[in-house]
Design a protein around this ligand. Structure first.
Ligand code: NAP
Length: 244
């Protein structure tokens, strides 16, 4: 497989770790962010300073037209695209009886429709070229359900269905489409849960710790290594034993 990849939400957390891991392996990387321009530029600078090739663009994945422009810019910068990692995501946690329509729509529009917006703008290119690989970052919450996250869990369950359907649509073109389902991973997203809640989570996890973004990045790297292209339509969990 060639080594040119687009990653969404590469400015922080898991997406940043994936960008850095793939760049360290010689992948040319384009990623987007929504707000963290300075952090994104610093990641690009670090990669370029270390002899790599990378670029970042501002793009809100919930906006289809912005995704069209972003994918066009990424293709122009890379010259070709071999893989896509849909990672960008948000939470707007609250119990359903308190949830406002905006909290529902923000999460669905980003975590689910955003994956459609990006993938729809690239899939024809992959199909025409009969190559490509797609990883969609979902969450164990997409199959376990978590209190206060009806919006988030619905979006993550949706990504699993999206992945399985698309995997079947493009299988004959030898394009693998898979999900990574992390459990609780150290990032700004989980930091927002607060120390007390994080201690409760650690107590529930058989490995008694949160995962690291770098561990998820290693899994993404493996799936994009091209060594196991027969894996498709799968949800690969990385959760310290939480859902065992
Ligand atoms: P994070 O630290 O909050 O980072 C989120 C990233 O997504 C940032 O780069 C952010 O960009 C970007 N983003 C958010 N909304 C966007 C939008 N509308 N358009 C473009 N970019 C957007 O989150 P994380 O913990 O790394 O999570 C990454 C993915 O893993 C998400 O899909 C999340 O659901 C999933 N996940 C996380 C965990 C966990 O425990 N952390 C567990 C399971 C699944 P800005 O920096 O510009 O805001």
């Amino acid at each position: 497989m060639g080594k040119k990849v687009i990653v969404t939400g590469g400015s922080r957390g898991i997406g940043k770790a994936i960008v850095q891991q793939l760049a360290s392996e010689g992948w040319e990387v384009v990623f987007n962010y929504r707000e963290s321009a300075a952090a994104a530029e610093a990641i690009v600078k670090d990669i370029v300073d270390n002899g790599g090739k990378a670029a970042c663009y501002k793009c809100d994945i919930s906006n289809f037209d912005e995704c069209t422009s972003f994918i066009a810019s990424a293709k122009e910068f890379l010259g070709d695209v071999d893989a896509l990692v849909n990672n960008a995501g948000i939470t707007r946690d609250t119990s359903l009886f308190l949830m406002q329509p905006a909290q529902w729509h923000d999460v669905i529009d980003t975590n689910l429709t955003g994956y459609f917006n990006i993938t729809r703008n690239l899939i024809t290119y992959f199909m025409k070229n009969k190559k490509g690989a797609i990883i969609n970052i979902t969450s164990v919450s997409g199959f376990t359900g978590i209190v206060g996250q009806t919006n988030y869990c619905a979006s993550k369950a949706g990504i699993i269905g999206f992945t399985r359907a698309l995997a079947k649509e493009v299988a004959k073109l030898q394009i693998p489409v898979n999900c990574i389902a992390p459990g609780f991973i150290e990032s700004d997203m989980t930091a927002g849960l607060g120390e007390k809640h994080i201690d409760e989570i650690k107590a529930l996890v058989p490995m008694k710790r949160l995962g690291k973004a770098e561990e998820v990045a290693q899994l993404a790297s493996f799936l994009l290594s091209g060594k196991t292209p027969y894996i498709t339509g799968q949800v690969i969990t990385i959760d310290g034993g939480l859902t065992v």
